[in-house]
Design a protein around this ligand. Structure first.
Ligand SMILES: Nc1ncnc2c1ncn2[C@@H]1O[C@H](COP(=O)(O)OP(=O)(O)OP(=O)(O)O)[C@@H](O)[C@H]1O
Length: 508
């Protein structure tokens, strides 16, 4: 039901209200006296820098975390004993970035998980199936297809639909567009707008200004755990104003001064890489060059990087770094690491952050040879290294001794990046280096990579974020069907060319 319709029927136009929500984790105040209202049938953006308190707020609203104090009202009614069950019963669902989908059952069965309508105590399967099929109508999802066969956007849609199927009135989406292509993202947004027209209310977390401007009606901004501002009319804002609202200051967007390297001898020579679906004859990088890899999922950008790091097997392929002799591509990450190749995966959980260890220990973990002598870790060396990257990455925590587990998602991503940079590589490969990182820190990260390249380190950035590629690289390889289909350099690298060349995700 829209706001106007709600008003006509005398319903409170505010569907969800939080009052004076506070959350302490030990001595950290993650949320401080936050009060806000979400209007019925709108898409409400929730913005803020890494560590501002967004996840904590939606964690409380969805009942996953317990507030230290404060109240939540749904349809004007206070929710007592806030927990996941109570919030879901009231109609509030959190859809996380990693869709909770069971691959070996059908799309329709996934929708029905946990909701068994009963007639006389028995599950009415026929009704359930008919309801699920009706719900999936016009979504492009075949109710009978195995969920494991669905693409990224269908999986996200399925998660949203499951929340609705379970009676969801307010659906919270935490960075739902991560890893989606431009087309997928457009499809998801159209879908959300359709559901909004049916009366569903969304809370939408994103670090991308263009997404907020495109999809949100209203927004609230958190800064250091407190409500820093917001608007009921996002349409009136420019991207610059939005950045200023989030950061509390203006934002200078980073732009690399692109260089051309024709004369120089390559510092990295990769030849004849053949492996599962990959066929790349030659790729050279000059000293200090930053090359972007992009393309649709499965087109080869990510796969080639993983093969160069020994994470995916190859049938053939060689690499030569500087004046070192030509060698087969590394068989395992350990070999790659010994050759001076570092890699940041797009998945920090797989990347092996050790949650119970400190930031400093995590940063120095991959650089043991730099901090250890004769098998012993030198605490001073570890401290110098971790202090340096803790500061350089602008990690929001009281110090390098903070345990990683207690950091916000974006700050954990910064620790991963710091750890890879601290290895002092000759070839640095970064897969989606700024995903999940706020717009301010994104500029810092791109600047750090730029500065590193000026010392001669070659960098490959695998990215679906056109904005990132346009502003950070010297040259970009567009992948298709496992091969480099097109290369752009200098002024050829524009968002339009990239979108034509490969339908990739746009960032802010
Ligand atoms: N389990 C925890 N223990 C201690 N501190 C925590 C815990 N979870 C979050 N925090 C702290 O609470 C603050 C808010 O974190 P939160 O995850 O809500 O931020 P966020 O806005 O979602 O950030 P991001 O954009 O990086 O995901 C941060 O300072 C974080 O370090």
């Amino acid at each position: 039901m829209s706001v106007a319709a709600a008003t006509e029927t005398g319903q409170d136009p505010i569907i969800l209200r939080v009052e004076k929500l506070t959350k302490h984790y030990g001595s950290t105040a993650a949320l401080r006296d936050v009060s806000l209202g979400i209007r019925r049938g709108t898409i409400h953006g929730l913005l803020g820098e890494n560590g501002a308190g967004k996840t904590t707020l939606v964690g409380i609203i969805s009942g996953q975390r317990t507030p230290t104090s404060g109240s939540i009202y749904l349809d004007g009614q206070p929710i007592v004993n806030v927990d996941v069950k109570a919030m879901e019963k009231a109609g509030v669902f959190l859809v996380t970035q990693e869709p909770m989908i069971i691959d070996h059952i059908t799309a329709a069965e996934n929708l029905m998980l946990g909701i068994w309508p009963s007639s006389g105590g028995f599950v009415n399967w026929r009704k359930l199936k008919a309801d699920a099929a009706r719900m999936l109508q016009d979504t492009g999802i075949d109710p009978q297809s195995l969920a494991g066969k669905l693409d990224a956007v269908a999986r996200r849609k399925l998660n949203i639909l499951r929340a609705m199927f379970s009676g969801g009135k307010v659906i919270i989406l935490d960075e739902p567009t991560a890893a989606l292509t431009v087309e997928d993202r457009a499809q998801l947004f159209t879908f959300m707008k359709e559901l909004k027209a049916q009366g569903v209310t969304f809370i939408f977390i994103s670090h991308y200004n263009d997404e907020i401007l495109e999809i949100c009606d209203a927004c609230s901004v958190l800064r250091d755990g407190a409500l820093a501002g917001g608007t009921e009319d996002v349409g009136n804002l420019t991207s610059e104003q939005l950045s200023e609202l989030v950061l509390g200051r203006g934002l200078v967007l980073f732009q690399r001064e692109r260089r051309t390297y024709n004369e120089q001898r390559p510092a990295v020579r990769i030849r004849d890489v053949r492996g599962d679906g990959i066929n790349v004859s030659a790729l050279d990088l000059r000293p200090g060059e930053i090359v972007g890899f992009t393309g649709l999922p499965g087109a080869g950008a990510k796969e080639l990087a993983r093969m160069i790091f020994g994470l995916m097997p190859v049938r053939s392929g060689t690499i030569a770094l500087g004046d070192s002799p030509v060698q087969p591509l590394p068989a395992a990450p350990r070999d790659a690491f010994d050759m001076g190749i570092a890699f940041l995966s797009d998945d920090r959980r797989r990347d092996g952050l050790v949650a119970q260890m400190t930031i400093g220990e995590n940063i120095s973990l991959s650089s043991l040879s730099a901090v250890a002598r004769s098998g012993f870790l030198k605490p001073e060396a570890e401290k110098v290294l971790s202090d340096r990257y803790f500061k350089a990455m602008g990690i929001k925590a009281s110090g390098p001794a903070t345990v990683v587990d207690t950091l916000s998602g974006g700050n954990q991503q910064k620790v991963c990046l710091g750890r890879v940079l601290a290895t002092g590589p000759r070839l640095l490969m970064l897969d989606e280096p700024t995903r999940g990182i706020d717009i301010g820190v994104k500029q810092d990260v791109l600047r750090i990579i730029d500065e590193l390249s000026l010392t001669g380190v070659c960098v490959i950035i695998v990215s679906t974020d056109t904005d990132e590629i346009v502003r950070a690289v010297d040259r970009v390889c567009i992948f298709e069907a496992g091969a480099i289909r097109e290369e752009l350099s200098g002024d050829e690298i524009t968002s339009e060319r990239l979108r034509q060349g490969a339908k990739v995700t746009a960032g802010a």
